[in-house]
Write a protein of this length. Structure first.
Length: 164
């Protein structure tokens, strides 16, 4: 899926990394003829590319950024207490990832375009919520679950959560 560039930084090797709106980073090399990006070599060139969208393969794979950690969670819901807002298409804010934890039963997790898919969540199977992507949930019989929200932390102390 496409994500806008919000900034740049250099990695430990001195290569430029585009900081994407989702929280992931993507190297932007100038290595002609395969990667002709002379704009990355100057502050003006990089500034001109702010807002440009690049494909983010990590979002496509439902991978939380490495430097993200939980900061809050919902209460536990069951099949009768799921708020209407979660049953309808909704999304998280830019830079906010979610992780759906099913404690008992099964929950259908429907993700809209551009990552369109449908997953059946149960204990041990996490539902990764990509920022700004419409999604909804529906109980499959009796269920208990909660949603944990993640955002960027200054130090890369958290481990990535994969799957969905």
């Amino acid at each position: 899926m496409q994500r806008a560039i919000e900034g740049f930084h250099q990695d430990a090797g001195g290569d430029w990394v585009a900081e994407l709106r989702c929280g992931h980073g993507q190297h932007v090399h100038h290595r002609p003829p395969f990667w002709p990006r002379p704009w990355v070599l100057t502050p003006e060139g990089r500034a001109d590319k702010l807002g440009l969208e690049l494909p983010c393969v990590y979002c496509d794979r439902f991978e939380l950024p490495h430097n993200y950690a939980p900061y809050k969670r919902t209460r536990e819901f069951d099949q009768d207490s799921i708020p209407d807002a979660l049953r309808k298409d909704h999304s998280t804010k830019p830079g906010v990832w979610g992780v759906i934890h099913v404690l008992a039963g099964r929950l259908r997790y429907v993700i809209e375009a551009p990552l369109a898919s449908e997953r059946l969540l149960e204990p041990g199977v996490l539902g990764i919520v990509v920022p700004e992507v419409l999604h909804r949930v529906a109980p499959e019989g009796e269920v208990r679950f909660f949603v944990e929200f993640h955002h960027a932390k200054p130090a890369a102390t958290s481990q990535p959560i994969t799957g969905a």
